[in-house]
Write a protein that binds this ligand. Structure first.
Ligand SMILES: *[C@@H]1O[C@H](CO)[C@@H](O)[C@H](O)[C@H]1NC(C)=O
Ligand SMILES: *[C@@H]1O[C@H](CO)[C@@H](O)[C@H](O)[C@H]1NC(C)=O
Length: 349
């Protein structure tokens, strides 16, 4: 019995690679950041017109919309992520960020983004944590149970109607390529695009209660279901609204709350609704798992092949490991995007 149990736990832990919000949100002072350098469009870019001055009901594909969550615990990761996107974009002035935060310290977060990125066009939306609180069932990892971890389900409700397409990014990643390449993928008839991993055995994502209920099991059986990580997604919000996908995901969350049909947080409902119906994005757009093994905290290597986006999903976060002077080798790739101002006698101003 023991080896089998261990095997299952290992699988579950290895699969727990989507965002991980620590359970505690500190009330300590928020970190402070250096001001990011100004960014300018390349010559080949369409002339930047602030999205705020255009008709927001009209979709304009030249403007890239990116959504991320903001909270005290992950702030350093979010700031590095934004900086990395701007650094590598060919047309950074045509990017608009949509940040989602709970009411906790929202005005401080706004001030930090404004002072760190004075040239950035961004919007900050309020995510009502009560929306999901009653629907979250505890997972094997408390970090996955934070309400903000579920904000990605509500993008279609939070963002204005004129945003047709959105890229969702977790707060523990950096982009090292022109994000326009990801933005311009063809979604075909799909609502959602993401890199897929088809070697995963989906049996292990769901409990025996799930598989023994013919109705539930039928929802995934027979579909060419592959695993995907919800930390990097390209979503057509118009199709999402038309298909009422938020409700579909919420339905599975309700079932989970009553019957416990899976062990992880926000990933399984996405699998139940979308698996087998995802537009395949090149794997280079989510080199995930760099946070390392959840049990032993072992360092991970890059998967073979090119990388456009590095994702520190898993337990370890590069800023924590760098601060503790015990970094993994790949954390040195994250460090150049860290705008955190270390307080020291010799700090610049
Ligand atoms: C779309 O956005 C681009 C970049 O900001 C701008 O140059 C262009 O005029 C916009 N098009 C329309 C129809 O508003
Ligand atoms: C998937 O895992 C289950 C249980 O661990 C096993 O019984 C099944 O044979 C596996 N399926 C494949 C295709 O490997």
């Amino acid at each position: 019995m023991l080896p089998k149990l261990h095997y299952h736990l290992t699988i579950l832990v290895l699969l727990a690679v989507n965002v991980n919000f620590p359970a505690t949100v500190s009330s300590a002072e928020l970190p402070s950041f250096r001001e990011a350098p100004a960014f300018r469009n390349g010559r080949e870019c369409p002339k930047a017109v602030a999205w705020s001055t255009t008709d927001k009901r009209v979709h304009n594909h030249s403007i890239i919309h990116i959504a991320m969550t903001l909270d005290a615990t992950y702030l350093r990761g979010s700031v590095a992520g934004v900086f990395s996107v701007l650094q590598h974009a060919s047309c950074p002035e045509n990017i608009v960020f949509h940040f989602i935060a709970t009411s906790h310290r929202r005005s401080e977060l706004r001030r930090i983004i404004t002072t760190t990125f004075p040239y950035l066009e961004f919007y900050l939306y309020h995510f009502d944590a009560n929306l999901v609180r009653g629907k979250i069932s505890f997972s094997i990892r408390r970090a996955l149970d934070q309400p903000l971890n579920y904000a990605r389900i509500y993008l279609a409700d939070l963002l204005p109607a004129g945003v047709r397409r959105i890229i969702y990014f977790d707060s523990d990643l950096i982009v090292v390529d022109d994000v326009a390449k990801l933005w311009n993928i063809n979604l075909g008839a799909h609502v959602l695009g993401a890199p897929e991993y088809c070697h995963a055995n989906l049996t292990n994502y769901f409990t025996s209660r799930f598989w023994s209920n013919p109705l539930y099991a039928a929802s995934i059986r027979g579909r060419k279901a592959c695993y995907f990580n919800t930390g990097v997604m390209v979503i057509d919000l118009w199709k999402w609204r038309d298909g009422r996908y938020t409700e579909k995901l919420e339905n599975w969350m309700r079932i989970q709350k009553r019957y416990r049909i899976y062990e992880l947080g926000s990933l399984p409902p996405f699998l139940l609704v979308f698996a087998g119906d995802v537009e395949r994005v090149e794997h280079r757009w989510n080199q995930h798992g760099l946070g390392g093994d959840n049990l032993k905290g072992l360092c991970r290597n890059l998967h073979p092949g090119p990388a456009s986006l590095l994702h520190w999903s898993g337990k370890g976060k590069p800023w924590l490991r760098l601060d503790s002077k015990k970094p993994c080798p790949l954390d040195s790739l994250w460090a150049p995007y860290d705008l955190f101002r270390h307080s020291s006698l010799f700090s610049d101003s």
